[in-house]
Design a binder for this molecule. Sequence first.
Ligand SMILES: NC(=O)c1ccc[n+]([C@@H]2O[C@H](COP(=O)([O-])OP(=O)(O)OC[C@H]3O[C@@H](n4cnc5c(N)ncnc54)[C@H](O)[C@@H]3O)[C@@H](O)[C@H]2O)c1
Length: 249
Amino acid sequence: MQGRLKDRVAVVTGAAAGLGKAAALRLASEGAIVEILDLNDGSAAVAEIEALGGTSHSIICDCANEEQIAAAVKAIEARHGRIDVLVNNAGILSGRKPWHELSKQEVERYIDVNYLGYFLVTKAFYPLILKSQTPRVIMVASRTYFLANPGQMAYVASKGAVMGMTRVLAKEMGEQGIPVNAVMPGMVATPGTTEHSQEEAFNRVMGNQAIKKRVQPEHLAGLIAFLASDDAELITGQMILCDGGGYLH
Ligand SMILES: NC(=O)c1ccc[n+]([C@@H]2O[C@H](COP(=O)([O-])OP(=O)(O)OC[C@H]3O[C@@H](n4cnc5c(N)ncnc54)[C@H](O)[C@@H]3O)[C@@H](O)[C@H]2O)c1
């Protein structure tokens, strides 16, 4: 496909559904070849990309599991020899529970998937990222870190850790000319959020925004595509919100 990302190889984790799927579709519509890594079957997303005239493959992979990640890297290396864009997005959302009722295991689960998962995936793909002429690493974080949402300590802490990782990697990978950024959507209706939140919660959040329009997966996908593009070559170490001005500080 033609476009500003023509023939770039993009890996999007957690792209069988929700924000990751929207990002995969957008990157493909701009010409990228998209590799989908997800716990669940991503063939529906692949079929949508192929219907657009794009190219995509999906690999079942638990992005918190080193062996499964290594197998995915091997398959993608065999197919393309490099990757140009890594979007770390696979994550688990949370309902509300007072912090003192959380068990060690519950907190560890968020750290494992939402933080360590991003680290393990980035580390495993690093040799393939180094082979790119136009490398990009994009982390899907969460503005809940700034909002300090009560009842979401484990989730918020895991996503806050992603911001720390983004800032350090931006400096370390800067040596190799690799931009690393984090993006943060407002509250978006996806399978992950609708499991815990009703329609009224989305409208309440929208009511607190400067621009009172519901944030859609496509809004975040557009930001991700921009960060993947040549125009974003010197944007690095940034935490970019896409929330209609719901958090202005
Ligand atoms: N939707 C929002 O309002 C919102 C806001 C801020 C941040 N986020 C972040 O965006 C990302 C995507 O959220 P979403 O709303 O699309 O969630 P979602 O639950 O709708 O989709 C997440 C996808 O990730 C996959 N996944 C989960 N754990 C995985 C694992 N260990 N390995 C591989 N795949 C895994 C799921 O199978 C699913 O396809 C998450 O990191 C989330 O924290 C979402």
